[in-house]
Design a protein around this ligand. Structure first.
Ligand SMILES: [Zn+2]
Length: 233
Protein backbone atom coordinates (compact mmCIF):
# COMPACT_ATOMS: atom_id res chain seq x y z
CA UNK A 1 0.00 0.00 0.00
CA UNK A 2 1.37 3.43 -0.88
CA UNK A 3 1.00 6.51 1.30
CA UNK A 4 -1.52 7.76 -1.26
CA UNK A 5 -3.69 4.62 -1.50
CA UNK A 6 -6.63 6.15 0.38
CA UNK A 7 -6.84 9.14 -1.96
CA UNK A 8 -6.09 7.15 -5.12
CA UNK A 9 -9.55 5.64 -4.62
CA UNK A 10 -10.88 9.15 -5.29
CA UNK A 11 -9.00 10.01 -8.46
CA UNK A 12 -7.08 6.87 -9.47
CA UNK A 13 -3.41 6.24 -10.11
CA UNK A 14 -3.57 8.54 -13.14
CA UNK A 15 -4.82 11.39 -10.98
CA UNK A 16 -2.04 10.80 -8.48
CA UNK A 17 0.53 10.87 -11.30
CA UNK A 18 -0.85 14.22 -12.48
CA UNK A 19 -0.59 15.56 -8.94
CA UNK A 20 3.01 14.31 -8.68
CA UNK A 21 3.87 16.15 -11.90
CA UNK A 22 2.34 19.47 -10.76
CA UNK A 23 4.14 22.59 -9.57
CA UNK A 24 2.27 24.96 -7.24
CA UNK A 25 3.53 28.39 -6.24
CA UNK A 26 2.34 29.30 -2.74
CA UNK A 27 2.30 33.10 -2.58
CA UNK A 28 2.61 33.95 1.10
CA UNK A 29 3.66 31.69 4.00
CA UNK A 30 1.37 33.14 6.66
CA UNK A 31 -1.69 31.38 8.05
CA UNK A 32 -3.24 30.32 4.73
CA UNK A 33 0.12 29.37 3.22
CA UNK A 34 1.12 27.26 6.23
CA UNK A 35 -2.01 25.13 6.15
CA UNK A 36 -2.32 24.97 2.36
CA UNK A 37 1.29 23.90 1.79
CA UNK A 38 0.96 21.23 4.48
CA UNK A 39 -2.15 19.83 2.79
CA UNK A 40 -0.56 19.84 -0.68
CA UNK A 41 2.65 18.26 0.63
CA UNK A 42 0.68 15.47 2.29
CA UNK A 43 -1.30 14.95 -0.91
CA UNK A 44 1.91 14.46 -2.92
CA UNK A 45 2.05 17.50 -5.19
CA UNK A 46 5.32 17.21 -7.14
CA UNK A 47 6.85 20.59 -6.45
CA UNK A 48 5.91 23.45 -4.14
CA UNK A 49 7.49 26.88 -4.41
CA UNK A 50 7.14 28.85 -1.16
CA UNK A 51 7.38 32.61 -1.65
CA UNK A 52 7.55 35.01 1.31
CA UNK A 53 10.09 37.64 2.37
CA UNK A 54 8.82 37.76 5.96
CA UNK A 55 10.07 36.41 9.27
CA UNK A 56 7.81 35.10 12.08
CA UNK A 57 6.56 37.42 14.81
CA UNK A 58 4.83 36.70 18.10
CA UNK A 59 1.44 37.79 16.71
CA UNK A 60 1.60 35.11 13.97
CA UNK A 61 1.68 32.18 16.36
CA UNK A 62 -2.08 31.87 17.05
CA UNK A 63 -2.44 30.37 13.56
CA UNK A 64 1.04 29.82 12.07
CA UNK A 65 2.00 26.92 14.30
CA UNK A 66 5.21 25.84 12.51
CA UNK A 67 7.08 29.00 13.46
CA UNK A 68 7.16 28.65 17.23
CA UNK A 69 10.71 29.26 18.48
CA UNK A 70 12.25 29.31 14.99
CA UNK A 71 14.45 32.05 13.55
CA UNK A 72 14.90 33.01 9.90
CA UNK A 73 12.62 33.44 6.91
CA UNK A 74 9.17 31.87 7.08
CA UNK A 75 9.64 30.14 3.72
CA UNK A 76 12.84 28.42 4.88
CA UNK A 77 11.40 27.33 8.24
CA UNK A 78 8.24 26.02 6.60
CA UNK A 79 10.21 24.12 3.95
CA UNK A 80 12.11 22.19 6.65
CA UNK A 81 8.83 21.12 8.29
CA UNK A 82 7.29 20.11 4.97
CA UNK A 83 10.31 17.98 4.06
CA UNK A 84 9.74 16.05 7.29
CA UNK A 85 6.08 15.54 6.35
CA UNK A 86 6.83 14.19 2.87
CA UNK A 87 10.41 13.95 1.59
CA UNK A 88 9.19 13.01 -1.90
CA UNK A 89 7.89 16.53 -2.52
CA UNK A 90 10.38 19.02 -3.99
CA UNK A 91 10.27 22.28 -2.02
CA UNK A 92 11.80 25.49 -3.37
CA UNK A 93 11.97 28.65 -1.28
CA UNK A 94 12.02 32.24 -2.49
CA UNK A 95 12.56 34.53 0.51
CA UNK A 96 11.31 37.71 -1.16
CA UNK A 97 8.04 39.62 -1.24
CA UNK A 98 6.25 39.47 -4.59
CA UNK A 99 6.23 42.76 -6.51
CA UNK A 100 5.11 43.49 -10.05
CA UNK A 101 8.67 43.84 -11.34
CA UNK A 102 9.93 40.58 -9.77
CA UNK A 103 6.88 38.38 -10.45
CA UNK A 104 8.59 36.29 -13.18
CA UNK A 105 11.40 35.33 -10.74
CA UNK A 106 9.32 34.95 -7.57
CA UNK A 107 6.08 33.37 -8.83
CA UNK A 108 7.84 31.72 -11.76
CA UNK A 109 6.53 28.94 -13.98
CA UNK A 110 3.88 26.80 -12.32
CA UNK A 111 0.58 25.00 -12.91
CA UNK A 112 -1.36 26.85 -10.20
CA UNK A 113 -0.73 29.89 -7.99
CA UNK A 114 -2.15 29.75 -4.46
CA UNK A 115 -3.13 33.21 -3.21
CA UNK A 116 -2.23 33.07 0.47
CA UNK A 117 -1.47 36.78 0.76
CA UNK A 118 -3.04 39.30 3.11
CA UNK A 119 -3.31 42.56 1.17
CA UNK A 120 -5.44 43.63 -1.79
CA UNK A 121 -2.41 45.29 -3.36
CA UNK A 122 -0.28 42.12 -3.41
CA UNK A 123 -3.21 39.99 -4.53
CA UNK A 124 -3.73 42.23 -7.56
CA UNK A 125 -0.04 41.77 -8.47
CA UNK A 126 -0.30 37.97 -8.59
CA UNK A 127 -3.71 38.21 -10.29
CA UNK A 128 -2.25 40.26 -13.14
CA UNK A 129 0.66 37.83 -13.54
CA UNK A 130 -1.76 34.87 -13.53
CA UNK A 131 -4.02 36.39 -16.21
CA UNK A 132 -1.10 37.48 -18.44
CA UNK A 133 0.52 34.05 -18.22
CA UNK A 134 -2.70 32.01 -18.31
CA UNK A 135 -2.10 30.36 -14.95
CA UNK A 136 -5.04 29.32 -12.71
CA UNK A 137 -5.13 30.94 -9.27
CA UNK A 138 -6.65 29.57 -6.06
CA UNK A 139 -7.77 32.60 -4.05
CA UNK A 140 -8.43 32.58 -0.33
CA UNK A 141 -9.01 35.39 2.12
CA UNK A 142 -10.11 35.76 5.73
CA UNK A 143 -11.16 38.48 8.12
CA UNK A 144 -12.13 37.32 11.58
CA UNK A 145 -15.02 34.84 11.34
CA UNK A 146 -15.43 35.63 7.63
CA UNK A 147 -13.63 33.76 4.88
CA UNK A 148 -13.88 33.44 1.11
CA UNK A 149 -12.36 31.36 -1.68
CA UNK A 150 -12.64 31.02 -5.46
CA UNK A 151 -10.69 29.25 -8.20
CA UNK A 152 -9.79 31.62 -11.02
CA UNK A 153 -9.14 30.24 -14.52
CA UNK A 154 -7.97 32.95 -16.99
CA UNK A 155 -10.38 33.37 -19.91
CA UNK A 156 -13.11 31.31 -18.21
CA UNK A 157 -13.89 32.93 -14.87
CA UNK A 158 -13.76 36.38 -13.28
CA UNK A 159 -10.26 37.39 -12.24
CA UNK A 160 -9.55 38.77 -8.77
CA UNK A 161 -9.66 42.35 -10.06
CA UNK A 162 -13.27 41.74 -11.12
CA UNK A 163 -14.37 40.85 -7.60
CA UNK A 164 -11.93 42.31 -5.07
CA UNK A 165 -12.94 45.49 -3.33
CA UNK A 166 -11.69 47.30 -0.29
CA UNK A 167 -8.43 48.70 0.95
CA UNK A 168 -5.46 47.62 3.05
CA UNK A 169 -6.03 50.19 5.78
CA UNK A 170 -6.42 47.67 8.60
CA UNK A 171 -4.86 44.33 9.48
CA UNK A 172 -7.58 41.64 9.40
CA UNK A 173 -8.53 39.77 12.56
CA UNK A 174 -7.46 36.16 12.33
CA UNK A 175 -8.31 32.88 14.06
CA UNK A 176 -6.80 29.52 13.12
CA UNK A 177 -10.03 27.51 12.53
CA UNK A 178 -11.25 29.93 9.83
CA UNK A 179 -7.79 30.22 8.26
CA UNK A 180 -7.48 26.43 8.04
CA UNK A 181 -11.01 26.10 6.68
CA UNK A 182 -10.34 28.49 3.79
CA UNK A 183 -6.89 26.97 3.12
CA UNK A 184 -8.63 23.59 2.90
CA UNK A 185 -11.04 24.89 0.25
CA UNK A 186 -8.08 26.26 -1.74
CA UNK A 187 -6.09 23.02 -1.44
CA UNK A 188 -9.15 20.97 -2.34
CA UNK A 189 -9.66 23.10 -5.48
CA UNK A 190 -6.01 22.63 -6.50
CA UNK A 191 -6.11 18.86 -6.02
CA UNK A 192 -9.41 18.56 -7.91
CA UNK A 193 -8.15 20.76 -10.74
CA UNK A 194 -4.85 18.90 -11.13
CA UNK A 195 -6.44 15.43 -10.99
CA UNK A 196 -9.54 16.32 -13.04
CA UNK A 197 -11.89 15.05 -10.35
CA UNK A 198 -14.89 16.78 -8.82
CA UNK A 199 -15.75 20.45 -9.30
CA UNK A 200 -13.68 23.42 -8.25
CA UNK A 201 -15.16 26.75 -7.13
CA UNK A 202 -14.39 28.18 -10.61
CA UNK A 203 -16.98 30.86 -11.44
CA UNK A 204 -18.30 30.80 -7.87
CA UNK A 205 -17.43 32.47 -4.60
CA UNK A 206 -17.41 30.25 -1.53
CA UNK A 207 -18.03 32.28 1.61
CA UNK A 208 -18.25 31.43 5.28
CA UNK A 209 -19.29 33.52 8.24
CA UNK A 210 -18.57 31.18 11.11
CA UNK A 211 -19.98 33.63 13.66
CA UNK A 212 -23.46 32.46 12.65
CA UNK A 213 -22.54 29.26 10.76
CA UNK A 214 -23.48 30.69 7.38
CA UNK A 215 -21.81 28.86 4.50
CA UNK A 216 -22.69 29.67 0.90
CA UNK A 217 -21.53 29.39 -2.70
CA UNK A 218 -22.76 32.04 -5.16
CA UNK A 219 -22.12 32.45 -8.89
CA UNK A 220 -19.84 35.35 -9.86
CA UNK A 221 -19.50 37.00 -13.26
CA UNK A 222 -16.56 38.68 -15.02
CA UNK A 223 -16.59 42.47 -15.07
CA UNK A 224 -16.57 43.37 -18.79
CA UNK A 225 -14.82 46.62 -17.89
CA UNK A 226 -12.15 44.93 -15.75
CA UNK A 227 -8.79 46.56 -16.59
CA UNK A 228 -6.99 43.20 -16.24
CA UNK A 229 -9.25 40.62 -17.93
CA UNK A 230 -12.10 42.71 -19.40
CA UNK A 231 -13.05 42.60 -23.06
CA UNK A 232 -14.02 46.28 -23.05
CA UNK A 233 -10.76 48.14 -22.45
ZN1 LIG B 1 -11.05 40.74 -14.26
Amino acid sequence: MSRYSRQEKLFGMEGQKKLSAATVTVAGCGGLGTYLSLLLTSAGVGKIRLVDGGKPSETDLNRQFFYTGAKGFKADILSEKLREVNPDVEIETICRFIEEDNAPETIGKCDVIADCLDTVRSRLVINKYAVLNNIPLAHGGIDGFYGQATFMIPGRTPCLRCILRGTDERVPDSIAPIVSLIASVQASDIVKFMTGSGETTAGKLFTVFAGTNDYSTVAISPDPKCPVCGRIQ
